[in-house]
Design a protein around this ligand. Structure first.
Ligand code: NAP
Length: 465
């Protein structure tokens, strides 16, 4: 007897790997389809929401409101969360294929691109991901050590991640203490001795990757003032002027106007400086064991408006510093059993259908940063996930029904392997416990920073920690 997928008798079974924005938008797009679906969402951590929980800066709480939308999806009858399950380790892609008709990988871009300069791995030179994951309480990163007794820190790159890292370093403890920043990070930041945070861009002010709200915040900090390393860098070349005249570049023009407003700011009593550099590329990080200084090469811009690239002119300068954060973009990591494009750090795909040079995998899909690379804001993932789901639905007539269409059997199999699967109801207990812990400290929540802490909060006998 042939099986029709997507009916009441046999809903289409989809596993979504990763519970960040791309995963939840994909789930919602599936539920909006006219067929019957069963969606199971996997996350390696007991807590859902991926980058919204572990990437968004603690002092940007409004961005996290999107969680309320994701919770509505999680409440749908045919949705199951399987937290604390590491796909590729606890369960292979092959086993998942036995339990689901289609798989959508939404596992994001969890590591950093390399800068590729000598000295990059010296002690005191960190990736932005490490720092962000540390202050946001990702269990694997909670024990990282950042030496904030240094007076000069350098942040390389000018995207919004670099802005988040810089802002956390530039803010006072009073500006952070009522956010959901983790206790361990706040304690270290309490003795933050940094006097200067240098933000390094290889191109000019008209090309900077940050967005206007992010650069504007630096003019509003309690004890820090934005200044330019070389104010002459604000003089634009002809091509950059043309770029800013293009109405499509209105956000860049806004950035430039905000930066112009910083040209003549008075420091007043402010003790910390946020020093903005343009047209400089790091070429070497020097130190015997620890970072001691960064060598920069000065750049000029070459190319047509909109396509300008930085080009070194051979002139070098040095900046003594004891702490570096490299923030030059994220990249994905491979999952065993799936193709991976090493150069771009994504899963090769055609509009979300996973495909290598030989063939398209008819039951495997991807969405979000692992599909397109690390770009855009949280909302960018909605149309991206919808595109992937549209392709999956187009493929429905060709999908082979899986051989074990049962979530219960998979959970039993995981239990046999001693994997403690965390349900959404379990997560809500963790959530409530975190909010309770936060109340005591005047914070929206105090996150659990160990898996064990989260699991003990799901336990009915949990009495608070
Ligand atoms: P990004 O926006 O792509 O910025 C990367 C930065 O690194 C750019 O300034 C880039 O310069 C620079 N860079 C790359 N390679 C370099 C090299 N070899 N040497 C020197 N500089 C180099 O990446 P991101 O900051 O990691 O952010 C990822 C995405 O998340 C972005 O879409 C971002 O907007 C988003 N995000 C948003 C928020 C928010 O909405 N508040 C917060 C965090 C992140 P070029 O421009 O010259 O390439």
């Amino acid at each position: 007897m042939s099986i029709t997928l997507g009916t009441d008798e046999r809903p289409l079974r989809v596993a979504i790997v990763g519970s960040g924005p791309a995963g939840f938008y994909a789930a919602e797009a599936l539920f909006k389809a006219t067929i019957k679906v069963k969606v199971d969402m996997f996350d390696r951590l007991p807590a859902p929401f991926g980058l919204v929980r572990y990437g968004v800066a603690p002092d940007h709480p409004k961005i996290k409101n999107v969680i309320k939308v994701f919770e509505k999806t999680a409440e749908r009858e045919n949705f199951t969360f399987l937290g604390n399950v590491n796909v590729g380790k606890d369960v292979s892609v092959e086993i998942l294929r036995k339990h689901y008709d289609a798989l959508i990988f939404c596992n994001g871009a969890e590591t950093d691109r390399k800068l590729g300069v000598p000295g990059e791995d010296l002690a005191g030179s960190h990736t932005a991901t490490e720092f962000v994951a540390w202050y946001n309480g990702r269990p694997e990163y909670k024990d990282r050590v950042f030496d904030l007794s240094q007076e000069v820190a350098v942040v390389i790159g000018q995207g919004n991640v670099a802005m988040d890292v810089s802002r956390i370093l530039c803010k006072t403890v009073d500006e952070l203490k009522n956010t959901d920043i983790c206790k361990h990070a706040l304690e270290v930041l309490t003795s933050n001795k940094i006097k200067e945070v240098h933000l390094i861009g290889r191109r000019g002010p008209a090309q900077a990757a940050f967005t206007s709200p992010e650069i504007r915040e630096f003019g509003e900090l309690a004890d820090c003032i934005p200044v330019f390393h070389n104010p002459d860098d604000m003089n634009l070349n002809e091509a950059s002027r043309k770029e800013l005249e293009d109405p499509q570049n209105a956000p860049k023009k806004k950035n430039y106007e905000i930066l112009q407003g910083y040209l003549n700011l008075q420091a007043g009593n402010k003790k910390r400086r946020f020093v903005i550099h343009f047209l400089e590329s790091p070429v070497e990080i020097i130190g015997s064991r620890f970072v001691e200084k960064v060598v920069f090469e000065q750049n000029v811009l070459t190319g047509e408006p909109g396509k300008q690239k930085s080009k070194g002119i051979g002139k070098r300068t040095q900046l003594p510093c004891g702490l570096i954060f490299r923030s030059v973009g994220y990249r994905g990591i491979p999952i065993p059993g799936l193709p991976f494009h090493d150069q771009s750090g994504i899963i090769p795909n055609q509009q979300g259908r996973i495909a290598d040079s030989e063939h398209i995998y008819h039951d495997l899909y991807c969405a979000g940063w692992i599909k397109r690379g690390p770009s855009g804001v949280i909302g960018t993932n909605k149309p991206d996930s919808e595109e992937t789901v549209a392709k999956l639905l187009e493929d429905l007539p060709n999908l082979n029904p899986c051989s074990i269409p049962s979530t219960e059997k998979l959970i039993a199999w995981l239990k046999d392997k001693e994997v403690r699967v965390v349900s959404f109801a379990d997560w809500k207990k963790i959530d409530t416990a975190e909010m309770e812990r936060g109340k005591k400290a005047g914070k929206p929540r105090e996150k659990f920073v160990t898996i064990q802490g989260m699991l003990s909060a799901c336990n009915p006998t949990y009495q608070g920690a």
